[in-house]
Ligand binder design. Structure first.
Ligand SMILES: [Zn+2]
Ligand SMILES: [Zn+2]
Length: 295
């Protein structure tokens, strides 16, 4: 209970509550994520499950945000109440919504009742599915527990239905990263700031930010995000009797083949590979390249 000064000098007594918002199960490849809204005094709790899959193109953050708003409505959470919210990525959409709508909220680390309620609700789905009850999460070692759980799911085809749909959960940003082959020009990696050589793998990020077109390139190992799309025509070819990793790319100008010395006509696919730091271009046939062009 808190006493608020009202504008005309009168005092009003308003019951202000503290609510905790926490999630569980996001790191596990199976079973629904659980989100909870919990008050410790008086004890009151609301639980929602994210479906394993959904239609309509909503992101995970949006689905979670909607689920929490529904719980807040049921609980009658007011803008004067204090909201302590887990900082996890799953709540990014909610954080933005709470700010936009002038709620009194802040990040908090959860170890109390909200955490326990969320974990219990997630765990109850696992037990219900028939997972051996003696295997339990200990000391917050989620990684090992989820690994055992995922192995158990993979053991039986009928259990695959407990897996989360990964595609609908992927953030839109991941779709903007593409793994591809670099062209004839050197690029600068936005991660390590070193050069990305021509005709080597590159991760390209393209987006519109503040109305401007943005393009960023990374070495595959320097990319902040694992790209969803793969347009890289990686290929293995034999040069000087040794199998080497290179890539297929259109030969833009007339080039002589590094193996037979005959011309490679422009606009044809050629095998590009680095030997001792030097780019060598070959007829795919000359290098016995095993590569099936995707149609
Ligand atoms: Zn780099
Ligand atoms: Zn050749």
């Amino acid at each position: 209970m808190r006493i608020l000064e009202v504008s005309n000098g009168k005092k009003a007594v308003i019951t202000l509550r503290t609510w905790f918002i926490e999630d569980a199960g996001g790191g596990c490849r199976a079973f629904s994520e659980v989100v909870v809204l919990v008050s410790e005094s008086p004890v009151e709790s609301y639980t929602a499950r994210v479906p394993l899959t959904w239609d309509g193109g909503e992101s995970l953050e949006e689905v979670v945000c909607r689920a929490v708003i529904e719980m807040m409505e049921k609980a009658g959470v007011s803008r004067n109440d204090q909201l302590l919210v887990c900082s996890g990525n799953i709540f990014h959409g909610l954080h933005a919504w709470l700010t936009e709508n002038n709620y009194n909220w802040e990040y908090a680390r959860m170890d109390g009742l909200a955490h326990d309620i969320a974990e219990d609700a997630f765990y109850s789905q696992i037990l219900k599915a028939g997972f051996p009850p003696h295997i339990k999460l200990t000391e917050r070692n989620y990684r090992d527990f989820y690994r055992v759980l995922e192995k158990w799911i993979m053991e039986d085809e009928s259990r695959l239905s407990y897996l989360k749909d990964r595609l609908v959960r992927q953030k839109p940003v991941e779709t903007r990263y593409v793994l591809k082959g670099n062209g004839a020009r050197k690029l600068r990696c936005c991660g390590c700031k070193k050069n990305i050589l021509p005709y080597t793998p590159v991760v390209e990020f393209k987006a519109r930010q503040d109305g401007k077109r943005v393009r960023k390139c990374y070495h595959p190992d320097c990319s902040p995000v694992t790209p969803l799309k793969n347009k890289l025509k990686a290929a293995t070819g034999k040069v000087n009797g040794t199998a080497r990793e290179g890539l297929m790319a259109i030969c833009r100008k007339e080039t002589s083949c590094g193996i037979c010395n005959l011309n490679i006509a422009p606009d044809n696919q050629a095998f590009h590979v680095y030997l001792d730091g030097k780019l060598v271009v070959c007829h795919p046939g000359c290098a016995s390249v095993e590569y099936k062009q995707e149609t």
